[in-house]
Design a protein around this ligand. Structure first.
Ligand code: ZN
Ligand code: ZN
Length: 693
């Protein structure tokens, strides 16, 4: 840090931090606050050196001093040994751009606020007091006035599905307020009608009306649309609406007909064609592989170009919310290839971390896993899914659901998506092969299985904690489970937006008024000095960073306004860390991302207001006004439309219109979640790898 005093960090405290780092920030170490150890400092000490920060005329520099007299730049030394990226710019380098005139929050506990930040060659050159940073100004330096706005590190996606987010961006928006306007069947129909009207030419040309994001939990009728509901939108045109989870869809009579789904159709393996009561006639609602079959018939002819468009639109959507790094949280080799091609064409402005499925694509993961991005894409590890969704009553619990909506047997507690053998084998394989694994586990029973699998793997491979395995969601956790995740070095990635979107649903139906308070138990993590991350799981919700932050800080249910688990609320700085530095750490990227420190990438989000200063209830209204990736502006609010999702993007039917026909096919397999295997198959087939895997 420029201007910071020379810091003598004691070896004792660094050793403690190093210990904490390898133990996943384990327990008994007394921390003044939850914070990340500086990895360069930890590494220096591990290698027998002493870490010091020195002030020079050109700014501060951290060095690692060895007993033999050798002195090296601490961050260079760390990065050279991590296989990660660029050395610091040489001393005397002049800034290309300097941002000043607003609030700058660095996420660096050593100096949380700064007055200016300078960039050169895509990296942060200096950050700190304005006077000091301005010393890096040269004749060609552009000085940017923040005009009182707030600059924070670019957000690192803790968990999402970027390509599916692109599909969301291109379809009629069937989400409930505040993200859409659908509250009942009539408004769902009206939204589809007006979307079809606004896109009349391409709808007519390609013969499809498609919507995304409906949810029975937020519809007044508390049920899925039926074919009759959608026939009321159009009798002549296929209409398909995709459930917010991606697991289900509903189709009108014309769409069922076009897809060949009739009373004579049998349910596909891993899918259900729902029927009218007392009849074999499809009622329009399709689950899992039955849903994907219909979507394939109607989307399949978009082909790989269509998928690339999804990828580009997804990346734009992420960037519009300040994300400079996105996650493809469940991929396949084919989807990875499409992303790589789209990125090679220059169409992906953000870094994308890709996690293929560990049950299917091990050879591919092992061969392609890398810490280095090529054209903004890297295969970062593997994805495992152990159960389903809490709001959909498919999470695998250790107790019955409270008052599930639908016909469930007494004592119903959900079910697993894998066998125990599969889970144990997957975690063992990842631990043995040095692969980071992200595991979707929502119910307590799923987490029990995951804990047992990690415990067994670490008994054989004690270093496996260093791979930083991640628990994705953990919506229904017991406190003893979080303690065991801490002990095993598993980083929780929570979904606090559930308190906003499904808070009332959890309190009234899934978990009840007591357990429901502990969904996304960030407070239990804070109590243990465990870092955690906060995700959106887009397209399950919009990748709306400020909504994520709001939910992490306030935990307010959108319907009743109840506070869902007051003791789990965190302060805004902690909430921001979960979106930046801690998420970078959870992806092994903290050496380059997550905080504003010299040498890290110049990835920034510029916000309309300071989330640490406004009333917590106003955080959700903060706008991302600009996003900067490695010094370059990749999103600016004034160049986007006010309803930036549906109005700006080319619609899916417009894409259809510009493309030729091709016929899709589909494969079968067990459905699970996150968002869904069915949707992944749609992508697979669109990309041209037809058939079962
Ligand atoms: Zn998931
Ligand atoms: Zn997911």
């Amino acid at each position: 840090m420029v201007n910071s005093a020379t810091t003598g960090v004691s070896l004792g405290s660094l050793a403690a931090m190093a210990l904490a780092a390898t133990a996943g920030f384990a327990g008994s170490v007394a921390f003044a606050q939850v914070g990340l150890p500086n990895p360069a400092a930890v590494f220096c000490v591990e290698k027998g050196g002493q870490y010091q920060i020195e002030n020079h005329a050109t700014g501060a520099r951290s060095v690692c001093r060895f007993p033999d007299g050798r002195v090296v730049d601490a961050w260079d030394f760390f990065r050279q040994n991590q296989g990660a990226t660029k050395p610091n710019p040489p001393p005397g380098t002049k800034a290309e751009r300097i941002w000043t005139g607003g609030t700058i929050i660095t996420m660096d506990d050593g100096a949380m606020r700064a007055e200016a930040v300078a960039e050169a060659g895509g990296q942060i050159l200096a950050v700190g007091a304005r006077e000091e940073v301005m010393k890096t100004r040269g004749p060609n330096t552009e000085v940017i006035d923040l005009q009182g706005r707030t600059l924070v590190p670019g957000f690192v996606d803790a968990h999402g599905h970027m390509m599916m987010g692109g599909l969301q961006a291109l379809s009629a928006n069937l989400l409930a307020p505040p993200d859409g306007q659908v509250t009942d069947m009539a408004s769902l129909q009206e939204t589809l009608r007006s979307w079809a009207q606004a896109n009349a030419a391409s709808v007519a040309k390609v013969n499809l009306i498609i919507g995304f994001g409906y949810d029975p939990a937020t519809l007044k009728e508390q049920r899925h649309p039926t074919r009759e509901d959608l026939d009321a939108v159009s009798k002549d045109m296929p209409v398909v609406v995709v459930h917010q989870s991606g697991h289900l869809s509903a189709a009108n009579s014309r769409a069922l007909e076009a897809a060949g789904v009739t009373a004579a159709s049998k349910d596909p393996a891993g899918g259900v064609i729902r029927r009218r009561a007392g009849s074999q006639e499809p009622d329009g609602v399709l689950e899992e592989n039955a849903s994907s079959a219909v979507l394939l018939k109607l989307l399949g002819n978009l082909g790989p170009e269509g998928l690339k468009t999804f990828a580009r639109e997804g990346a734009k959507l992420w960037a519009s919310f300040g994300y400079t790094t996105a996650e493809e949280g469940r991929a396949s080799p084919v989807v990875t290839k499409v992303l790589q091609q789209a990125a090679a064409d220059g169409g992906i402005p953000v870094d994308v971390m890709v996690y293929p499925d560990i049950l299917i694509d091990r050879d591919f993961i092992k061969a392609n896993q890398s810490k280095t991005y090529v054209n903004r894409i890297r295969v970062a590890g593997a994805k495992l899914s152990l159960d389903g969704s809490p709001q959909g009553f498919t999470a695998w619990r250790d107790r019955p659901y409270y008052k599930p909506v639908g016909s469930y047997p007494p004592g119903y507690s959900g079910y697993p998506a894998t066998t125990s053998e599969q889970a144990f084998d997957a975690i063992r394989w990842a631990s043995e092969n040095g692969v980071q694994v992200l595991t979707h586990a929502n119910g307590e029973r799923a987490s029990d299985l995951l804990l047992a699998a990690h415990q067994a793997a670490q008994a054989r491979f004690p270093d496996a904690q260093q791979l930083r395995p991640v628990l994705i969601h953990g919506q229904f956790l017991r406190e003893d489970q979080l303690e065991n995740f801490r002990r095993l070095g598993v980083i929780p990635s929570f979904f606090p937006m559930h308190t906003f979107y499904w808070g009332d649903w959890h309190l009234d139906h899934t978990a009840g008024p007591v357990d429901g308070m502990n969904i996304s138990p960030t407070g239990w993590a804070m109590k243990r000095n465990m870092l955690f991350t906060s995700h959106h799981d887009a397209p399950v919700a919009f990748p709306n960073s400020m909504r994520v932050l709001d939910a992490t800080v306030t935990r307010r249910a959108r319907g009743s306004g109840r506070i869902v688990g007051p003791e789990h609320r965190v302060d805004p700085i902690t909430g921001l860390k979960a979106l930046t530095l801690w998420s970078a750490y959870a992806h092994h990227e903290e050496a380059m991302k997550g905080s504003l420190e010299p040498g890290k990438l110049a990835d920034f989000a510029i916000l309309s207001a300071d989330p640490t200063v406004v009333a917590p209830t106003a955080i959700a209204n903060i706008k991302v006004v600009e996003t900067v990736k490695e010094g370059q502006t990749i999103f600016r609010l004034d160049s986007a439309s006010p309803t930036r999702v549906s109005a700006q993007a080319p619609t899916i039917t417009a894409m259809f219109a510009s493309m030729g026909d091709g016929q899709g096919d589909h494969g079968h397999g067990p459905g699970d979640s996150c968002p869904s295997e069915a949707m992944l198959k749609v992508a697979e087939v669109m990309a041209g790898s037809a058939g079962p895997r």
